[in-house]
Design a protein around this ligand. Sequence first.
Ligand code: ZN
Ligand code: ZN
Length: 638
Amino acid sequence: MNSTICKPTISPLHPSSLFPQITLCKTIRDLKQVHAHMIKTAQIHDPLAAAEVLRFCALSNDRNVEYARKVFDQMRQPNCFSWNTIIRGLSESNDDDNLLAFFLFCRMVCDGFVQPNQFTFPSVLKVCARTARIREGKQVHGLVVKYGLDSDEFVVSNLVRLYVMCGIIEDAHVLFHRNVIEFGKGDAVMTNKRRDEGMVVLWNVMVDGYVRLGMFGAVRELFDRMPQRSVVSWNVMISGYAQNGFFKEAIEMFREMQMEDVYPNYVTLVSVLPAISRLGALELGKWVHLYAEKKEIDIDDVLGSALVDMYSKCGSIEEALQVFERLPKKNAITWSAVIGGLAMHGKANDAIDYFSRMDRAGVTPSDVTYIGVLSACSHAGLVDEGKYFFNHMVKVVGLEARIDHYGCMVDLFGRAGLLEEAEKLILNIPIKPDDVIWKALLGACKMYGNMEMGKRVAEKLMDMAPNDSGSYVALSNIYASSGNWESVAEVRLTMKKMDIQKDPGCSWIELDGEIHEFLVEDDSHHRAKEILAMLEEISNQLKLIGYRPNTAQVLLNMDEEEKEGALHYHSEKIAVAFGLISTSPHSPLRIVKNLRVCEDCHSSMKLISKIYKRKIIVRDRKRFHHFEDGSCSCGDYW
Ligand code: ZN
Ligand code: ZN
C-alpha cells in the first residue's frame, strides 16, 4: 500500500498539542512518525494526544494492535476511554489478543482506578461469546448488574448474544423479553436515538439466535413483531433461510424487503444469490447483478463468485463467463465456480482449459475445483483425462481425495461402461463408501442393463439406507426395463410395507421474477385447466411426428395407455406446458428439476424444442440440458 507521509503543509508541529497532527494521519507509518516526535519533545504524557495515538493504533483501518499495547503500557494512568480503546482493539483482533482483552478487563476491574462503563462490556462480552466461555461470561454478567448497566441495550444485546452463542436460548430469551417489555413499551418516552438503535440490535441478536438453532417458525413470528427493522434484520432472515434450504422463503424475504423500501446491501446480495441459484431464478439474479452495478456495490471475489455461480446454475454460462472475466481478483472459489459451471453445462474441454488457466495464474486448485473438473470429465466420458486429474490432485497438489472425488471417478467409469472398474474402485477406496457412490454405480448398471450387478448394488444400498426410496426405485426401474413386472411389484410391496415414500418429482419455472412450482400430476396451479389443455396438445403434436413414449420408465404394472398418461404429467412437462402458454413465442424456457430428468421426458423435450421452436434449458439434479431444434447439448450422454 502507498503511504503518504504527513506533509508539513497540513499544519506545522505545534508544541502545545500534537492532537490535530495525529488526527490527520492516514497510515500507521504517519502515526509512528508523529508518535516519535511526541516522545522526543516529551509530549508523550499529553493525555488527549496519547489517547488519540492509542485509538489510531487500536481501531483505525491501518491498525497495529501490538503497537497499541506498547502505547497503552506506557500510559501512566489510562482513563476509561483508553482502557475501552485497548480492550476493544484486542477484542477485534485474533484469538490470542481476544484472551488478552479479557485479561486486561480483569486488571481494569481489579485495579479499581477506573470503572468499566457501557462501552467496556460489549467488547468483553463479544470475546466471551466468540470463544464460548460461558463461565467467564456469567461472571461478566454479574458485573454488568453490579455496575447497573443491565438496562443498556448494547450491553444487553451482547449478553443475549453470549447466551445464544453458548446455546442457552432460554436465558437469552428471558433477558430479551425483560428488556423488550421494559423499554419497548414507552415509545413516546424513549426517543433517545442510541436507545432506538440498541433496540433494533437487540431484536436482531434474538432473531439471529433462533436462526442459529433452526427454529424458523419462532423466527418468523419474532421478525414480524419487530417494531423496527434494519437492513441487518433482513439479512439475518435471508441468509438464515438460504443456508438452511428454505430457498423460496429467502427469495420472498428479499422481495418483501424491497417492498418495505429497505435497500439491500453487499451482505444481502451475497446471502440471497445462493437461493436464486438453487431455484434457477435467472431474472431475479440478473436484477441483483444490475442492482450491484447501479449502486456501485463492490463486486469483489466473494460477490463475484456468487454471481458466476448464479449465472451458471441459472443456465446462462455465457453471462457467468462475462462476470468471471471482468473480476479484478480471482481466488480458488471464483475459479471453482466457473469450472464447476462449465462442467455442469457439459463443456468439458472448456472446463479443462480454465483449469490450466487457473494453474498458469498461480492459483492453487482446491478440492472443490477438482470436483468440477472431474465431473466435467465424467459428463463427457473423458476417462483418461479424469484419471490424470485425480492423480494430479493426490500426487502433485497433495490434497486428500474425499468421498466426492471418488464419487466422480465411479461416475466417470460407470458412465463410460467400465462397470467392473467402477465396482473395483468402490471396494478399494480407503474411506467407507456412502450411498451416493453406490447410487452412481447403480445408475450405470441401469444404463448398461447389467441386471446382475444392479441387483447386487441395490441390495447393498437397501442395507445401508433402508428408508431411502432411491435404491428401491432404481431396482424396480431395472426390473421394469426388462419387463419383469413380478419383481417390480415385489419391490413396490416392500416399499409399501416399510412405508417408504418416493421422492416427489418437482420442477420450477420462473416467470417475471416469480417462481412457479409444479409437482408430478399437479393440478393446483391457478391456470391448471389451460395447462392441461396444452399438455394434451403437446401429446397430440408429438404423436403426429411419430413419437412413441418410452414407457419402460413407468414403474407400475399398468397397461400401456395408463403408463403413457402417467408420463405426460411429469413435473418438468407440466412446467414446459405452463411456460409455452405464458411466454412470448421464441423466448427460451428455463426449468429446474429436483430429480434427474427421465429418458422419456428427455426425448420429448428434444421434440418439443423443435415443434415449438423454443430453446428449453433444463437443470436437473446433476447437470444442464440445452434442448434446441430437436437435440440436446448433452448428446444423450447423461
Ligand atoms: Zn419424465
Ligand atoms: Zn440432455
